[in-house]
Design a protein around this ligand. Structure first.
Ligand code: ZN
Length: 80
């Protein structure tokens, strides 16, 4: 005798993603998920871009010109 398939598994349901607006903690809307409005999305995006633009390079590559030629004279493998 074969027992009937166990149907105790929970039904697959669409998981509702609760997204809170990172700006004001309000429930986000589907249009501007996870933000609640375009304003909050813009604010966050602007902040994100600002941090992304921060490049930790302050010194220009102008002084690296004379240093690039040093060590080019140490080639002595094909002498013969
Ligand atoms: Zn918001």
């Amino acid at each position: 005798m074969t027992p009937p398939p166990d149907k105790s598994a929970p039904p697959i349901r669409a998981v509702r993603i609760e997204a809170k607006c990172p700006g004001c903690s309000k429930p986000g809307t589907a249009q501007y998920r996870p933000f609640c409005s375009k304003r909050c999305a813009d604010i966050d995006l602007g902040r994100w871009l600002k941090e992304s633009y921060r490049v930790p390079t302050e010194e220009g590559p102008e002084d690296a010109d004379s240093e690039g030629e040093t060590g080019r004279n140490g080639v002595s493998g094909q002498d013969r």
